[in-house]
Write a protein that binds this ligand. Structure first.
Ligand SMILES: Cc1ncc(COP(=O)(O)O)c(C=O)c1O
Length: 455
């Protein structure tokens, strides 16, 4: 198939950039910008190679349905290729994945089936088992199965490896990879074993995944959970040849997210969550060396889809990953604090239309109404609804006319138990310190706070 000027022809041949502003010890560290593939990740490479292999082998026929279990990025690559080639596609996705990936998939025309992320292989709701089952039920369908499909590692052996070797001008000592299906590790490992066996393959692994303990200490652990997306294992996929890995580093979610944020702040590269894991592991490797080495790792996907997560301080606070000094009172439960300018508010003379738009913009169901530092009311969705129903012209009425002006406040040093009767009345707790508004506490804030106590 000739693809001059075609979107599928823009897959691969990604740039290699040196990280200049991070401490790499005696080494030089380069990153391959896989976020520049058309759907924003390294997985476009395997999306194309697996579909074209299936076509060559007669596994899919025109009008057929591709089925895959995926954390999102492989789905995007496959959905792009499927749409361009006229196939239908069903994707089974674990429920911890970023909402933005799922929206992108649905916009590409994929049928997304969300399933549990807290169950393992053998469980009827495990995403890979569901995908396999669907492929036996749906006629003219093909289970792509990136975990066992040889066209996955082959894409890296045939394209990613030779690109890196040429871009480093054959001066390369180590490649740091993450392992999702094992395609990158196995494909690159095989390529370099052939052309430059001195190149070390190093695995960057989230804490909780079984790989680092296995590679480093031959230890089999019970898998835990982690927030970084796309990498880490609770089983060894057939496509993952661990014998190719010479070294591994276990990286926490916190270190991954802070490193990804640092890569953006210092190097201007907006990578996804696994970028943090890979760069953190690569930096550790670089700093441990005593002789200068040239090391390559990957920006596996774009950070665009994580803007509301690890790039969002409030999300980081909620996860307990970003800490503020503890005050030992109710202020510790308030994620958005008025003094920090992070609370969306209303003025009494604004209109209900403005109030409605602000609620939608900040995705909240109530807003405090402020006069200077003092809270003079609360406006929630039902207040707006009761005012405008029957006559939408009333959207031009003032916030003051519809708000609830009797605001019961709670002092920062009140005991936590005093929140419960407030929540029982379906109200939010308004924290006020000697007349100065501090912030709101909702039921979910209390739940987040209690969950963090679990550690
Ligand atoms: C987001 C993401 N997906 C997948 C992978 C690797 O995938 P695989 O082992 O399937 O080649 C990586 C590797 O770092 C990654 O960062």
């Amino acid at each position: 198939m000739r693809r001059d000027g075609h979107v599928l022809n823009t897959i691969g041949n990604t740039p290699l950039v040196e990280l200049k502003n991070l401490d790499t010890g005696p080494c030089r560290l380069f990153v391959k910008l896989e976020n520049q593939n058309p759907t924003g990740s390294i997985k476009d490479r395997i999306g194309l190679s697996m579909v074209e292999a299936a076509e060559r082998l007669g596994h899919i026929k025109p009008g057929g349905t591709l089925i895959e279990a995926t954390a999102g990025n492989t789905g995007l690559g496959l959905a792009l290729v499927a749409a361009q080639k006229g196939y239908k596609i069903i994707l089974v996705i674990p429920d911890k994945m970023a909402q933005e990936k799922i929206l992108h998939l649905r916009a590409l025309g994929a049928d997304c089936r969300i399933t549990r992320s807290d169950v393992g292989k053998g469980h009827p709701e495990y995403y890979q088992d569901i995908a396999e089952r669907l492929s036996t039920e749906i006629p003219n369908s093909f289970y792509v199965n990136q975990f066992a499909n040889p066209a996955n590692p082959f894409a890296h052996e045939a394209t990613t490896g030779p690109e890196i070797w040429a871009q480093t001008e054959h001066m390369l000592d180590a490649v740091v990879v993450g392992v999702g299906s094992g395609g990158t590790l196995s494909g690159l490992g095989r390529y370099f074993a052939r052309v430059a066996p001195q190149v070390q393959m190093v695995v960057a692994d989230p804490i909780g995944s079984i790989l680092e303990p296995l590679i480093e200490r031959g230890e089999n652990i019970t898998p835990g959970s982690w927030l970084v997306e796309g990498i880490g294992e609770d089983f060894i996929p057939p496509n993952c040849d661990l014998s190719l890995a010479k070294k591994a580093y276990a990286i926490s979610d916190a270190e991954s997210f802070f490193t990804a944020r640092e890569v953006l702040a210092k190097e201007g590269i907006l990578g996804g969550s696994s970028t943090g894991t890979l760069v953190a592991a690569a930096l550790r490797y670089c700093r441990e060396q005593t002789a200068p080495k040239r090391v390559v790792t990957f920006i596996c996907d774009s950070g665009n889809k994580y803007l509301t997560k690890m790039y969002n301080d409030f999300w980081m606070f909620e996860q307990g990953l970003l800490d503020r000094p503890k005050q030992g009172n109710l202020i510790d439960l308030i994620v958005r604090r008025y003094q920090e300018g992070s609370v969306a508010t209303l003025a009494p003379n604004e209109t209900l239309l403005q109030a409605y738009r602000r609620m939608k913009l900040f995705d909240v169901s109530q807003l405090p109404v402020m006069e200077g530092e003092r809270i003079v009311g609360i406006l929630d969705e039902s207040d707006v609804l009761l005012s405008v129903q029957g006559d939408p012209a009333r959207f031009s009425q003032s916030v003051a006319s519809a708000m609830c002006a009797t605001v019961v406040t709670i002092a920062p040093n009140a005991p936590i138990q005093e929140l419960l009767p407030i929540f029982a009345k379906d109200l939010v707790a308004v924290v006020s310190d000697h007349g100065r508004f501090v912030g709101l506490i909702t039921k979910i804030d209390l739940l987040n706070y209690l969950r963090k106590q679990l550690g």
